[in-house]
Design a protein. Sequence first.
Length: 230
Amino acid sequence: VQNLDLLVQPGERIGIVGANGCGKTTFFLLLCGVLTPTTGNVQIFGQIVNPGVFQTQVGLVFQNPDDQLFSASVWEDVAFAPQNMGLPADEVAQRVTTSLALTNVQDLAQRAPHHLSGGQKKRVAIAGVLAMNPEILLLDEPTAQLDPRSRRQLIRLLGSLPQTQLIATHDLDLTLELCDRIILLSHGQIVFDGCTQSIMGDPERLEKYALEAPLSYQRPYCLLDHSPIA
């Protein structure tokens, strides 16, 4: 990535979009201090992010929840972060209970994560991040590999959360529903930063960067003769 310069306001939900390999995940790893920028710096609430330092203000939800869930039970997985923050046991328990309730997975607390469905794993992964009480959520392809019902449940969940959210995704219908602002990356650079409706209504620009307009922006065609439906 290079020449990334942007300001995110508290409470914003921003879609980070672009073709595979454009730098979305790398951008997230820079934001949470996993990677070190070669020039410039990342600031969260006015403080420079120090690479390698645990950033409790920023929670990253991995694209593949199997990369994030590793404990013997859902409860233990969600408790992992607050325990490593050095919180007392009663506060850890309270955070786990609250996070499981927010993501509607209370009944899975004693289940082994590897026995869950894809949608359940996604919600448990988000619960584990919420247990840190972060102010910023970084979500990498949150709807990937979800069936329609699980996708809808996840969208409702994200829409109900108060945190600032940066959502890296190829699901442009998701961004249209949740995000007022879109950042389009290409070859590690920002090529668009603006209103979601504006970029979604520009199919030529989307096609230029290997994207397609959301289904709600595409004209329906008859399957028999391909003529527009009146």
